[in-house]
Design a protein around this ligand. Structure first.
Ligand SMILES: [Zn+2]
Length: 272
């Protein structure tokens, strides 16, 4: 599933490619992927994209005269910028066609992803207020992490995956952040010592920044809007590294399940 670094990479590229361009047509073949319904989303025809934003894993593409297109890629969605004459991409279910002969294609094998027209800033605020602070902004502080952990005895990994508390951290970067901060993923939040709370705060930033620098992790379906894979897979310390030695201590990385999620950690660096 694309997480913050992958969606941020897409956002930055979209900013270069679609802002200032006019949508002259909208094509789709799975109506339920257009929310609240296709007729509403079709109101964007004739408008220009004016900005490319993001909250957590949700892309927020601004339109002239208010209105925002939200795009969520869910597990397997991909966005590609192509010429309208380029050969088709399999599983394309939505395409925004531009005035200059290019189009933005949304491919989604599982059809869980969606395109949503958010019609005004009040509705936009309603959506963004459901997310916790963004880890790479000033709203994200040690206090956010301290509060999140201290109030619960649930597994630390489960807590940091809660999008309402911290936006954008998913399975890959949660495992990496816990490795950086030497916290066992199952440690109850309220049992994490203060020193490690600080390290987790920093570890989350470190894991995400590294992912963005590498333009994301391509171990499942993720590709950027030009169809290129990210380079972060080779820099992963624990995620999907089970059976490999820990780069810090040489102990073999283990895989367990935490609250149903595949979880990777070093049994020596991250003790319970
Ligand atoms: Zn280790």
């Amino acid at each position: 599933m694309p997480e913050l670094p992958e969606v941020e990479t897409i956002r930055r590229d979209l900013e270069k490619e679609i802002v200032g361009h006019k949508i002259v047509d909208l094509w789709y073949d799975v109506p339920k992927m257009l929310q609240p319904n296709p007729a509403t989303v079709e109101k964007i025809i004739g408008k220009h994209f004016v900005s490319a934003g993001r909250i957590g894993k949700l892309l927020l593409l601004g339109l002239e005269n208010d209105g925002t297109i939200g795009i969520h890629l869910k597990l397997s969605g991909q966005l590609f910028i192509r010429k309208q004459t380029d050969k088709e991409d399999r599983f394309t279910h939505v395409a925004f066609k531009f005035e200059d002969g290019r189009e933005l294609r949304f491919t989604e094998v599982r059809k869980f992803g969606y395109v949503k027209l958010i019609e005004n800033s009040r509705d936009l605020k309603k959506i963004t207020s459901e997310y916790g602070p963004e880890p790479l902004t000033k709203d994200y502080t040690i206090d956010v992490v301290r509060k999140l952990l201290s109030k619960s005895s649930r597994a630390t990994k489960t807590l940091i995956l809660d999008q309402k508390k911290i936006a954008g951290v998913g399975n890959i970067y949660a495992d990496e952040a816990l490795w950086y901060s030497k916290i066992h993923p199952e440690t109850p939040g309220n049992a994490v010592p203060e020193k490690q709370v600080e390290e987790l705060y920093i570890g989350i930033i470190k894991a995400l920044e590294q992912g963005i620098e590498d333009r994301g992790t391509s171990i499942d379906d993720y590709l950027d809007i030009y169809g290129q894979p990210g380079k972060h897979a080779k820099n992963l310390n624990v995620f999907r590294q089970q059976g490999q030695p820990c780069s810090r201590c040489g102990t073999i990385i283990k895989k367990i399940r935490v609250n149903g999620r595949g979880t990777h950690y070093c049994p020596k660096c991250q003790t319970l």
